[in-house]
Design a protein around this ligand. Sequence first.
Ligand SMILES: N[C@@H](Cc1c[nH]c[nH+]1)C(=O)O
Length: 374
Amino acid sequence: MPDTDRDLLPEGLCDRLPQQAWASQQVRRVAHDVLASHGYERVETPLLEFEKSLASRMAGVQVRRMFRFVDPASLRQLALRSDITAQVARIAATGLAHAPRPLRLSYSGPVAIIKGDGLDPARERLQIGAELIGTDSVAAAAEIVEVAIEALQAAGATGVSVDFTLPDLVDTLSAEALPLAGSQIEAVRKMLDAKDAGGLVDSGGAAYLPLLYAVGPFDSAIQRLAEFDVDDVLASRIAGLREIAGRVGGKARLTLDPSERHGFEYQSWFGFTIYAEGLSGSLGRGGAYRILGRAGEEPEPATGFSLYPDPLVEALAAEAEGPKRLFLPLGHDPQVAARQRAIGWATVAALSESDDPISLGCSHRLENGEAIPL
Ligand SMILES: N[C@@H](Cc1c[nH]c[nH+]1)C(=O)O
């Protein structure tokens, strides 16, 4: 049989050629500089690990999105990481269980999912994030949102906006104030997520209808949510969100969509999605969650965010120039060349007389110890 797919990559996977790889490295570097400057120490985690440890660290993690297979060595089920947060949570609960809290950790790397998301067919994405472990207070949430905005802006995003949500809203309301039968909860969540008023009524969630209108610019939407919250079940959440918004309001445009759940698998009282002007889709999300420890141990509160900056990488690759390249002719002085590299040039040394500086992407040529424009 002819080997027709030898040169193909599976759907949703791609290479990054030099310009894109440079842009990706650039985004990663500046984002990590911001995270490190706020005290988030970097950790590195394996590409794959036991499915169980990825799936059971937080309640709500979906394994059906992960690539899973049996490890020929241990004969145990492995999974490719789809979200580094779960791995960082494992580290916090094991190797760094005794490290002082709050513990600030950061990470980045590719993550993979079986199926792309909505219109985005990518099955591998770059994830960059930070987790603040030991607390899910309003102060922690505000810090996390601020650092997420700063990291994105440093990486080149402009017109950043943050959409707040309350991921456990339906659970909280249905527990007492607006009771739902166990079987109705999922349907009501779905209808709220789809913003389907008719479906919401049909699924027994008519009392939840006002939530569909507590959406939009933060100040007016939170006001509507507060008016809806007659029993004050959401009072502490609303006060918390107002405080966070007060802290980050000057740095980004803020909106509220209290019942938005897209992509929120395990976040609890607070969540947010982050966008930037001119880039399609969201660039990341974050929120408060709980890390499950060993049996019998209390879960540990945490707050964090993950950026998915691929659209930003693409924009940077298209717009920005990579490092300037200086051509070194045959017989150049190696010490002069080293000095040029030390002041920021990327040098391209001729290997033969036929090497052409322009076709090798050089803008300058080294002559008599100086970089001369071509
Ligand atoms: N890892 C989550 C976002 C998050 C980080 N920390 C808390 N939430 C995601 O990618 O959806």
